[in-house]
Ligand binder design. Sequence first.
Ligand SMILES: CC(C)(COP(=O)(O)OP(=O)(O)OC[C@H]1O[C@@H](n2cnc3c(N)ncnc32)[C@H](O)[C@@H]1OP(=O)(O)O)[C@@H](O)C(=O)NCCC(=O)NCCS
Length: 164
Amino acid sequence: MNEMKQMANWVIVELQRNSPNWTKVVEDIVRIEKKIFPKHESLARSFDEELKKRNSGLLYSEIDGGDVAGYVMYSSPSSLSASIAKLAVKENCRGQGHGEALLKAAIQKCRTRSVHRISLHVDPSRTPAMTLYKKLGFRVDNLIEGYYSSDRNAYRMYLDFDGN
Ligand SMILES: CC(C)(COP(=O)(O)OP(=O)(O)OC[C@H]1O[C@@H](n2cnc3c(N)ncnc32)[C@H](O)[C@@H]1OP(=O)(O)O)[C@@H](O)C(=O)NCCC(=O)NCCS
């Protein structure tokens, strides 16, 4: 895949708290979040708090005009493990490589924090996401029944780094 070519019109950016576009970026993300995820699964109301957590970060992909096409939230609470808390791409921006570039960038961020394992939870019915996670090397750990709600399960998935 030619990443340079794919990324000609957009760029992956790390959200900084003191950035002048913080409000606009968070508003964009909350709008996307509300459209894609059911209310109780949505971080829309708790975004600020999530981002204040130690060692958590957010990367977004910015398209022409400064709009957000997608975002990934990660956290690494210890030096041993990290997690991907959220990954989403706006519907009309899908299939252009944003999701894969965001996930790769988040993995890179976690790696530099000397983490050995990255884990995440995903609804098994989210086929595009499952396929993307597997493509980048994540494996299914186990099924957690009732993770999202009484009738919605999750796969826990993980990616291990081999000691470097
Ligand atoms: C999952 C998601 C982030 C993918 O974003 P995207 O920008 O469309 O993905 P990309 O264009 O980077 O595609 C990368 C890979 O993802 C997989 N993929 C993407 N769309 C897919 C689809 N419709 N069906 C199957 N696999 C798909 C493929 O492996 C693809 O690689 P390929 O092009 O070599 O086949 C996006 O579909 C999304 O936001 N879904 C809703 C939210 C969600 O489910 N989030 C994860 C749970 S928190």
